[in-house]
Design a protein around this ligand. Structure first.
Ligand SMILES: NC(=O)c1ccc[n+]([C@@H]2O[C@H](COP(=O)([O-])OP(=O)(O)OC[C@H]3O[C@@H](n4cnc5c(N)ncnc54)[C@H](O)[C@@H]3O)[C@@H](O)[C@H]2O)c1
Length: 433
């Protein structure tokens, strides 16, 4: 893909890096100038906020998505994570990495410093509690965005993301989420067949994300209690949103896609914690089972589990009036009934597809926009957690209006923060707020 057109350059400048002073008062001109070697006026400069496993992967994919891209800034709360990420990127694609020492930012305010540089595109790869705030700041600074899923951990966060997405759209910014299955070729082909009526009208969907234990970072002697939580963020619902939001949300997104992204009317369900009950596993559950009632009597059943040595399944099984579609997420795509069909073809990397699409959309002046959809899919998971934690049945409106805020405000974070540890939720006792 070549980018030589003046109009493209103007578009990128208008909607990307040419916002000199943002409403938050950052002046990008205050960032120190760098050597301009390997950069030209068409280069799309990329900044990575949250230099962990996924963020680093996404940065690499961004660096491969367009011939004239350069990663120019990185931000993390931990020096060691940023260093490791930098070294990985350097070994994978050194020609597309130009992050001077004064463009490596550390700390809870590192995102502000990165957004104050001249990056055109930012990758938001932190744990999800930071996403609504980082997203708002990135849009405010006029950056194109790739943000990992989930996009929030609570309903106020979702409402904020919906507002931010509107502004991003108005500003003509590209906004892509990490709901990567929507960029997987076998799924796109299968869902196109469903849209064409291959199984008639879908009335029931059963979806799972039943997996083993997740990673755990051993406590180190010099970690404070708060640092332990930030390092092992998966196990604290105020940081991760719990496993249904952090991980199983992918299956809910697949369900939502098949249901035409129409939101259910009501949900109820259950969940708990059986296999990882020790304090080091914070306050999250290790299994959920949720029923979503869609309009016209359609139903969605979701099961997720993170328990070691148990049966695993990552499936979506869709029943329609004229057949069935079964997807074993990474492996099999099959339609039976009135039509018999199996997906066959060349697989491609969905993570790379996401970035190829995002960067092409920036180049051609038609910014990709995932805004409301990514908020809705995330909300399905938050809602599932709410009904499981409380043992109540809740409507979409009730869940979305929830005032429960799980974590501190973005500007309250500091290493001195003493965020109270929250008890494990007990259905029937934990109240819905
Ligand atoms: N789409 C997918 O398939 C997929 C796969 C894995 C993870 N994810 C998502 O990606 C996100 C990150 O997950 P991960 O596995 O990379 O976790 P990780 O722990 O490896 O990385 C998170 C990084 O963010 C940093 N960080 C934390 N708070 C920060 C802040 N306020 N500012 C800057 N940096 C901060 C951490 O130090 C860490 O380096 C999560 O939302 C996760 O759900 C998506």
């Amino acid at each position: 893909m070549k980018n030589t057109s003046k109009s493209r350059r103007e578009f990128i400048k208008k909607s990307g890096s040419a916002v000199l002073t943002s409403a938050m008062g950052f002046n990008i001109l205050s960032a120190k100038p760098r050597s301009s070697k390997n950069l030209n006026s068409d280069t799309l400069k990329v900044g990575l906020i949250g230099c962990g496993g996924r963020g680093t992967g996404a940065a690499l994919q961004a660096s491969l998505a367009d011939p004239n891209v350069m990663i120019t800034a990185m931000a993390d709360i931990f020096q060691d994570r940023l260093f490791k990420s930098y070294e990985n990127l350097k070994s994978e694609n050194p020609d597309k990495l130009m992050v001077d020492e004064d463009h490596k930012f550390i700390g809870f305010d590192s995102y502000k410093k990165l957004l104050a540089t001249d990056v055109d595109v930012v990758i938001l790869g932190t744990p999800p509690n930071f996403r609504p705030g980082h997203l708002a700041a990135a849009v405010d600074a006029g950056k194109h965005i790739f943000c990992e899923k989930p996009v929030a951990v609570d309903a106020p966060g979702i409402r904020s993301v919906i507002e931010t997405a509107k502004i991003a759209k108005e500003k003509g910014l590209a906004l892509m989420s990490g709901f990567c299955w929507r960029h997987d070729i076998p799924k796109i082909d299968t869902y196109n067949k469903l849209k064409d009526g291959a199984i008639g009208d879908i009335h029931t969907i059963y979806n799972t994300y039943n997996t083993g234990a997740n990673w755990f970072r051993e406590q180190q002697p010099d970690w404070s209690g708060f640092e332990s939580q930030m390092r092992n963020w998966l196990y604290y619902n105020w940081i991760s949103g719990d496993m249904i939001t952090e991980q199983a949300v992918h299956s809910l997104d697949l369900m939502s896609w098949a249901m035409g992204d129409v939101m259910p009317l009501r949900a109820n369900g259950t969940g708990g914690r059986q296999s990882r009950t020790e304090d080091q596993y914070g306050n999250v559950y290790d299994h959920f089972a949720i029923v979503y009632d869609y309009p016209d009597g359609r139903k969605g059943f979701h099961f997720s589990r993170q328990q070691k040595d148990c049966y695993r399944s990552y499936h979506i099984d869709m029943m329609g009036t004229q057949g069935r579609c079964y997807i074993d997420v990474g492996r099999k795509h099959e339609i039976t009934g009135k039509e018999q069909w199996k997906w066959k073809g060349e697989k491609s990397n969905m993570y790379q597809n996401e970035h190829d699409t995002l960067f092409a959309s920036i180049r051609n002046g038609k910014p990709f926009f995932d805004g409301v959809r990514m908020a809705n899919s995330t909300m399905l998971a938050i809602w599932g957690r709410m009904v499981a934690y409380t043992g109540q049945s809740l409507t979409w409106e009730e869940a979305l209006k929830s005032e429960e805020v799980l974590g501190p405000e973005l500007d309250e974070y500091s290493w001195d923060l003493k965020w109270p540890s929250q008890a494990v939720a007990k259905p029937g006792i934990t109240k819905f707020t």
